[in-house]
Design a protein around this ligand. Structure first.
Ligand code: ATP
Ligand code: MG
Length: 240
């Protein structure tokens, strides 16, 4: 039997809100406006996943699928140092791939599953899970097909989480309302709509606070406490 591993986010307040950190065997979806910290959390998790279990890590490797080209290996260095780890060793344990179409994204997942069968992975990141769908299915009449393909992608992610006991962390940008009302989707709802809501076991709503502060609220999780966690984005990654 596989048991859940909880991986620290770097912020104690956020970990407490999550009941210990982000969990293996399920999908955690972070949604929020630009610069709300979705990608910075991904970078922090790239490092903390590699910490030993007694340091609230996952003692495993990381797979990173990047659809926006925002992964920065040089950001990993100070985060690794903050946790007292060797940056080069940490970077060696991050398998990185850039995806250019939704099909490419899906095929990368198939390849990663084969790799995960051979090596101990504890985290899979897809940043952003939805961006390529927005590009590849941009027409109005294509919504049904988009939702179907998205559901397929998410069921693949769920399968990976369960089969290899990894945490799946996906991001989803939601555009804050600039007052123009020019949205394809409801700005209060993440772009995946109901499809994404089903597969994502835990949904984190991120928003900007004062300065480098960010606020996280858990969206729609009956088994987790209501409330918010405030954290900071720093050179060393997420912190209280
Ligand atoms: P998007 O939807 O555009 O992808 P995001 O939610 O992924 O946005 P992030 O890239 O995670 O946003 O967060 C960007 C924020 O992180 C910026 O406000 C920036 O100030 C902060 N940040 C990035 N690097 C550092 C650093 N080294 N030290 C402190 N803050 C940083
Ligand atoms: Mg980002």
């Amino acid at each position: 039997r596989k048991s859940v591993v909880r991986i620290t986010t770097g912020s104690q307040a956020l970990d407490e809100l999550l009941g210990g950190g982000i969990e293996t065997l399920c999908i955690t979806e972070a949604f929020g406006e630009f610069r709300s910290g979705k990608t910075q959390l991904a970078h922090t998790l790239c490092v903390s996943t590699q910490l030993p279990l007694h340091m609230h890590g996952g003692n495993g490797k990381v797979a990173y699928i990047d659809t926006e080209g925002t992964f920065r290996p040089e950001r990993i260095v100070p985060i690794a140092e903050r946790f007292g780890m060797d940056a080069n060793a940490v970077l060696d344990n991050i398998i990185y791939a850039r995806a250019y179409t939704y099909e490419h994204q899906y095929n990368l997942l198939l390849g990663l599953a084969a790799k995960m069968a051979e090596e101990p992975f504890r985290l899979l990141i897809v940043d952003s899970v939805i961006a390529l769908f927005r590009v590849d299915f941009s027409g109005r009449g294509e919504l049904a097909e988009r939702q179907q393909k998205l559901a397929q992608m998410l069921s693949r992610l769920t399968k990976i989480a369960e089969e290899f006991n990894v945490a799946v962390y996906i991001t989803n940008q939601v555009i804050a309302d600039p007052g123009g009302g020019m949205f394809i989707t409801d700005p209060k709802k993440p772009a995946g709509g109901h499809v994404l809501a089903h597969a994502a076991t835990i949904r984190l709503m991120l928003r900007k606070g004062k300065g480098e502060q960010r606020v996280c609220k858990i969206f729609d999780a009956p088994n987790l406490p209501e409330g918010e966690a405030v954290f900071q984005i720093t050179t060393g990654g997420l912190m209280d």
